[in-house]
Design a protein around this ligand. Sequence first.
Ligand SMILES: NC(=O)c1ccc[n+]([C@@H]2O[C@H](COP(=O)([O-])OP(=O)(O)OC[C@H]3O[C@@H](n4cnc5c(N)ncnc54)[C@H](OP(=O)(O)O)[C@@H]3O)[C@@H](O)[C@H]2O)c1
Length: 190
Amino acid sequence: MGRLTYFVASTVDGYIAGPEGQHDFFPFEGDHMKALFEEFPETLPVHVRKQLGLPAVQKHFDTVIMGRRTYEPALSLGIEDPYAPLRTFVFSRSLPPRVNGALQITPDDPLGTVRALKRESEARIWLCGGASLASQLAAEIDEVIVKLNPRLAGAGVRLLDGKFNPQNLALRTHRVFNSGVLFLSYDVLK
Ligand SMILES: NC(=O)c1ccc[n+]([C@@H]2O[C@H](COP(=O)([O-])OP(=O)(O)OC[C@H]3O[C@@H](n4cnc5c(N)ncnc54)[C@H](OP(=O)(O)O)[C@@H]3O)[C@@H](O)[C@H]2O)c1
């Protein structure tokens, strides 16, 4: 069975971006960044990895899925496949469907796609976001890794914005960085 991990950066009040998609208020310096670079290099976009001289090593994930609004900033920079070489699914009904190597832009049902991926393979799937896509996939999330930032946003894009559906989590690991960032890993109890 494959595994779906919502790996996401959040403020303490549960926002993953500002109301206009802002993310520059998250701390991008400090000891948590070193851990991110070393342990989750595949979660950095290719142009950032290139700037930092980081190899395209897949430590946790072989597949990434995202909604169109999460994909849009890379596309606007002319970067079509931001997380290559990960197999990438971008869900959108407005972009033209497209398959280019390991990249797929698709209007298909995200839930059906993820269930098939999990059933048919040992895929280690990174649910990149955003809130709209993650909410639709909430029932299929096996693991949540939150990079909890010492910030309050007050408003913006929530970690999930679906319907009320409490789920229990079991804390697996926690790491506290001098920067004030925490990495929290939870298993979703089914
Ligand atoms: N902090 C973090 O770690 C993190 C991670 C990821 C994202 N983010 C932020 O989250 C924000 C985006 O989140 P969001 O909730 O606004 O949007 P989103 O989930 O990224 O994308 C929503 C879009 O995905 C497509 N989509 C959703 N459900 C679909 C379905 N069932 N079938 C086909 N396509 C579907 C639609 O695209 P169309 O309109 O094209 O049909 C929809 O408008 C951005 O600001 C991003 O920076 C933050």
